[in-house]
Structure formats: C-alpha cells, structure tokens
Design a protein around this ligand. Structure first.
Ligand code: ADP
Ligand code: MG
Length: 300
C-alpha cells in the first residue's frame, strides 16, 4: 500500500514537471554559444550529457551542432552518425584536410541536430598536432569558418571532450566560450576538479581570455543514498551560481540508449532521465549571462 502511493507520487510529480516544461518558452541565444563539455575523469557522464542536452535543446527548437572530439566516438554512436575510419571526421578537420562543412552529418535523433563525428584516427591526433602551426587554435578556426559560411543559423555548438587534458581538450577550450562540467554524485567526485579549474585558468590567461565555466551539472544522482546528497550539497556550496537546479538521476534508460544508437529522448522520451535533461536544457537556455538577453522566443 505504502509502495503504491510512492509510485503514485512519482507519476504525479513527473506529470507536473512535464506540464511545467510545456508552459515555458525558452529563449534562443542571440549569438552562437560554443560549449565544451569537459572533465578529465572518464566515465563521469560527459558524452551522455553532451548528446542528451544537445538533443533536448534541438527538441525545444534550437539548431545544434555536436563535435565529437573523443576518439572512442561514443557521441557519434548515440547520435546515429557514421564513424567508420574512412568517414570524413573531426580528425581531418584538425589536420586541415577538410572543413567542418565536409565532415558534418545529420543526426538520426532530430532534424535540428547535426554532428561532426570522430573516428579512431583521432587517437593519433594528439601527437600529429604537436608539429603543426597554431596547433591549439585549429578547432576554433574551423568552427568560426563553419559558423560564418553555413546557411543554417546554429544556436549551440557542443564539444564532447576526451578524458584527458591533452591537445584535443586544449583545442576544445580554445574553440569554446563556455565550459560545462558534469559531476558524478559518487565517491571522489571532486577529485581532480581543482586541477581542471587550474587548467581552465591557464587557457584563459594564455589562449582564450573569454572562456568561462558557465554550467555544472550533477549526474548519476541516486536519491536513496546519503552520498549523492552530500556530494550535491558540497558542489552547490562551492559553485552556487554554476550548478543547475536540475539533477540527472542514475537511470537504466539513460545507460541503455547508446547501445541502440539513440539519445534517451529517442529511446524513452517519457523516462525520468529524459525529463531531467530537458529541464537542464531549459535552465541553460535561460542563463542570461550567456544567452544575450532579450532574444525572441522559440516556443516549447
Ligand atoms: P564520459 O563521457 O565522461 O566517459 P559517459 O557519458 O560515457 O562518460 O558515461 C559513462 C557510463 O555511465 C556510460 O556507460 C553511460 O551509459 C553511463 N551513464 C551516464 N550517465 C548515466 C546516468 N545518469 N544513469 C546511468 N548511467 C549513466
Ligand atoms: Mg565520453
């Protein structure tokens, strides 16, 4: 009996949250927001956050480009984009052999969503880039060229970073205006964070003075554990302005979706995980400091 009412409360809560989302008109940014999703730890939810946030914003009317900068190509997979070794990819773009316009593919997830895939070739790029001129600026130049020449107005560019602080991640930091850091609500969540912030400061000082940490998203939250709650409250204390109110729960649906080459929105749009990413997307769209206030409405 008690369990039944818990399930009932859960459904009522989901319906209420969905209704609220439907009522909100999210603004579109006045200028393209280029957001790097970074955390040098692996398995914290960078790729999951990149594809599901990008998909959520696309579903709410924004045109979104995802750049897969991880040689594993998991973002490309989740967006239903080909990334066999012979495909033109971000690797060719970084080496100067192709432009983003040559490499970009439509995502099967949504018509507003396009993706520059990564292929396994990218694994060698860290080394190949070392001897090239302007080795830290190559992605930035490619993104600027694409945004200047493409017919379609792009509202968001998301860059999915590999779990390291090598030249690929440096290229992502130099290309972006904003950093989004996903933080897993688990043991050692904050370990390495000061190193990441220190590196971002170095980038600000030497390569990209406009870069800002705009957003922190708590992921893999398990409301049944004290640990998740403790991590969440500690992160909120340290970063009161950056942490989104929306929290992504640990969810089987989120983890299953990539094996079907799908985002959680395509795989199970009614799930609690899809809802959390839509709520996070709405908050990001509303960040006044980054969206250039007063833009027109996009509808829900
Ligand atoms: P990263 O890109 O930082 O290495 P991923 O996004 O690939 O991390 O996530 C690591 C693993 O955790 C993947 O298997 C992914 O499916 C799973 N995962 C990510 N977010 C969630 C979540 N909210 N609930 C359950 N599993 C998740
Ligand atoms: Mg990843």
């Amino acid at each position: 009996m008690a369990e039944k009412s818990v399930v009932g409360d859960h459904i009522v809560d989901k319906v209420r949250r969905r209704r609220r989302l439907a009522e909100i008109n999210s603004p579109l940014p006045q200028k393209t927001r280029v957001i790097t999703v970074s955390n040098q730890k692996g398995g914290v939810g960078k790729t999951t956050t990149t594809v599901n946030l990008a998909s959520a914003l696309a579903r709410r009317g924004a045109n979104v480009l995802v750049i897969d900068l991880d040689p594993q190509g998991n973002a490309s997979t989740a967006l239903g984009v080909m990334h066999r070794p012979e495909v033109t990819s971000v690797y060719d773009v970084l080496l100067g052999d192709a432009e983003i316009a040559d490499a970009v593919q439509p995502s099967t997830d949504h018509e507003n969503l396009i993706c520059v895939p990564s292929t396994i070739n990218l694994a060698g790029a860290e080394i190949e880039l070392v001897s090239l001129v302007a080795r830290e600026q190559r992605l930035r130049t490619a993104v600027e060229d694409f945004l200047r020449t493409t017919d379609r107005e792009i509202h968001y560019v998301f860059i999915d970073c590999p779990p390291s602080l090598g030249l690929l991640t440096v290229n992502a930091f130099v290309a972006a205006n904003e950093v989004l850091i996903p933080i897993q609500c688990e043991y050692y969540a904050l370990e390495g964070l000061s190193q990441l912030l220190g590196n971002i400061q170095l980038i600000q000082k030497h390569l990209n003075p406009t870069l800002k940490v705009s957003t922190i998203l708590l992921t893999m939250y398990d409301s049944r554990t004290n640990l998740s709650q403790e991590v969440a409250s500690e992160v909120r204390t340290h970063f009161p302005n950056e942490v989104l109110s929306a929290v992504v729960p640990r969810s089987v649906r989120i983890s299953e979706a990539p094996s079907y080459g799908q985002t959680v929105h395509a795989y199970d749009g009614g799930s609690i995980g899809a809802l959390a990413y839509l709520e996070a997307a709405v908050e990001i769209a509303e960040q006044k400091a980054f969206n250039g206030q007063g833009s027109q409405s996009e509808g829900a």
